[in-house]
Design a binder for this molecule. Structure first.
Ligand SMILES: Nc1ncnc2c1ncn2[C@@H]1O[C@H](COP(=O)(O)OP(=O)(O)O)[C@@H](O)[C@H]1O
Ligand SMILES: [Mg+2]
Length: 501
């Protein structure tokens, strides 16, 4: 399998040297890590070296421009949407038939990513045990999966692949912008290192342990590295070099003013796609159309129940003078309505069935969010990848049921207070029974809201802040507390909008 890999004119690297290796590519955002990883993948694909790429930000589908790569997952460029259920089948197809796979997890939430990865990597590990062929797995944002000092099943699995995959022919290319957060054992055992620029003291210390130089030298040399430059380490060999630019389309590149045209992409054989679709069916999964048909049916039932209850409530309203029968305001207007109006309603509701549970008054501070310079300011502070992830999350929320979106908007606007279904129903102009029969599962599962029973009745509250912390953690250290605050507030605004569209 001897063949040179054209990574840089200054580097003499052979395909043979990659088999079963753990390759680490480190550096801050924008230092050229994904480009380096992309170049390695291109070189491996040129030699039909079988591989999988765990792609967190939808950066690698451009490889299809030149190579037969199967892109699965949930991102924008995927050919087949898969979840944890079909992960094993895809792993099998990839390893047994030598089909390179990009596992695009950009549309997944952090928790779903872990579940799918565990299934997928577990299957690759088992298959490699019996097949014992060269295979390599690329993992972006590796600190998320092999964090220093934290144990998890997924971490055990990824570490096992990186540290003990060699005997099975299994290698790993781990990419991370947080060198200090990546498991030390994995880094110290990595056979090949591409060390791009870092600036943070903690990362510099990690480089100090990986390079046999004095601390001051490490700092001087590493700080001077430009985009695409790195220090390559292969056991005793240490070479500073500039990695060539990717030949295929780099979707995650830093945007410039030039318009980007997504290239025509090559299609993996239809037979393989069909095989994966069939595997979904075997596991009792239903097609998207069937799922949508069922959802339409459910919604029709909800609607007719709602109609019935509206009539009932109109009677109640007339008697109690509680609900004014009028065209409902949009959720956004509702959310931003003055506190006084709500308190007035809560007062009026006293003693009625809607006030059965204790009410926590909405906080005025939440209703009047701190004035943040919108538009340009945010654009400048938040990295593009963060914007892309916000868009994905909003897209996902807008696919939720309208009623649930309005509930979500109400809770988000009144965070962190907890409300009973009756209170939410009254304030979102929805008959209470409907929410009890049709709980907002999609948003509970996403972790944007949480539920608990009080006095036998479901209550809900927004967990948007914790959700944002979880979802955007991978972007640290590019983002800190201020950015997280901006993200949460931007998400909040977008969710309020999503409730009325
Ligand atoms: N070796 C290189 N030659 C030319 N351009 C590069 C090189 N490495 C990176 N770039 C460009 O720099 C930008 C950031 O690179 P990227 O690989 O996405 O960085 P990272 O993954 O470290 O955040 C991209 O626009 C990329 O095209
Ligand atoms: Mg990158």
């Amino acid at each position: 399998m001897t063949a040179p890999l054209m990574v840089s004119p200054d580097l003499d690297l052979d395909l043979e040297a990659i088999i079963g290796q753990c390759v680490a590519i480190l550096g801050i955002r924008g230092s050229g890590k994904s480009n380096t990883a992309g170049v390695l993948f291109e070189e491996l694909l040129k030699h039909s070296y079988p591989l999988s790429i765990v792609d967190i930000d939808g950066e690698y589908f451009g490889l299809k421009e030149r190579f037969e790569v199967l892109v699965v997952g949930t991102g924008d460029g995927v050919e087949i949407e898969i979840d944890a259920g079909s992960a094993e089948e895809v792993a099998r197809i990839s390893m047994e038939r030598n089909i390179p796979v990009v596992l695009d997890l950009s549309g997944h939430l952090a928790e779903e990513r872990s579940e799918l990865l565990q299934e997928y990597l577990g299957a690759l590990w088992r298959l490699a045990g019996s097949l014992r062929r060269p295979y390599i797995i690329g993992i972006e944002e590796a600190h998320e999966f092999i964090p220093q000092g934290v144990r998890s099943e997924l971490k055990d699995l990824v570490s096992r692949i990186a540290l003990r995959g060699r005997k099975r022919g299994l290698g790993a290319i781990i990419v991370s912008q947080r060198s200090a957060k990546v498991d030390k054992d994995v880094l110290s055992q990595a056979g090949l290192l591409f060390l791009h620029r870092v600036v943070h003291e903690a990362d510099m210390r990690v480089y100090g342990e990986l390079l046999p130089w004095k601390k001051a030298e490490v700092k001087e040399i590493v700080s001077a590295l430009e985009t695409g430059d790195c220090i390559f380490v292969d056991h005793e060999t240490i070479v500073p070099l500039h990695v060539r630019e990717r030949e295929t389309f780099h979707a995650g590149f830093t945007p410039t003013l030039e318009t980007v045209v997504t290239p025509a992409l090559r299609q993996v054989s239809q037979a393989i796609i069909e095989a994966i679709e069939r595997s979904k069916g075997k596991r009792g999964r239903r097609s998207k159309v069937q799922l949508l048909e069922q959802r339409v049916h459910e919604l029709e039932e909800v609607l007719s129940e709602r109609q019935r209850q509206i009539t009932e409530l109109e009677d109640v309203a007339r008697t109690l003078g509680y609900i004014r029968v009028e065209v409902p305001r949009t959720a956004r207007e509702e959310a931003l309505a003055p506190v006084a109006a709500r308190e007035e309603r809560a007062d009026t509701a006293g003693g009625s069935q809607w006030a059965a549970a204790p009410v926590e008054a909405p906080s005025a501070a939440i209703l009047e969010p701190p004035v943040i310079d919108v538009g340009g300011q945010r654009e400048r502070i938040l990295p593009p990848a963060v914007h892309r992830h916000i868009e994905r999350l909003v897209g996902r929320v807008s696919r939720g049921a309208l009623l649930h979106r309005r509930l979500l908007a109400f809770l988000v606007a009144h965070a962190p207070s907890t409300y009973s279904v009756e209170q939410i129903a009254a304030w979102t102009h929805c008959p209470p029974g409907v929410l009890e029969n049709d709980p907002p599962r999609e948003f509970l599962e996403m972790g944007m809201i949480s539920t608990e029973r009080r006095g036998g009745k479901p209550h809900y509250r927004s967990t948007l802040k914790a959700f944002a912390m979880r979802e955007f953690e991978i972007f640290e250290p590019d983002i800190g507390g201020t950015e997280l605050h901006l993200i949460t507030s931007q998400l909040r605004d977008r969710l309020l909008e999503a409730a009325s569209t």
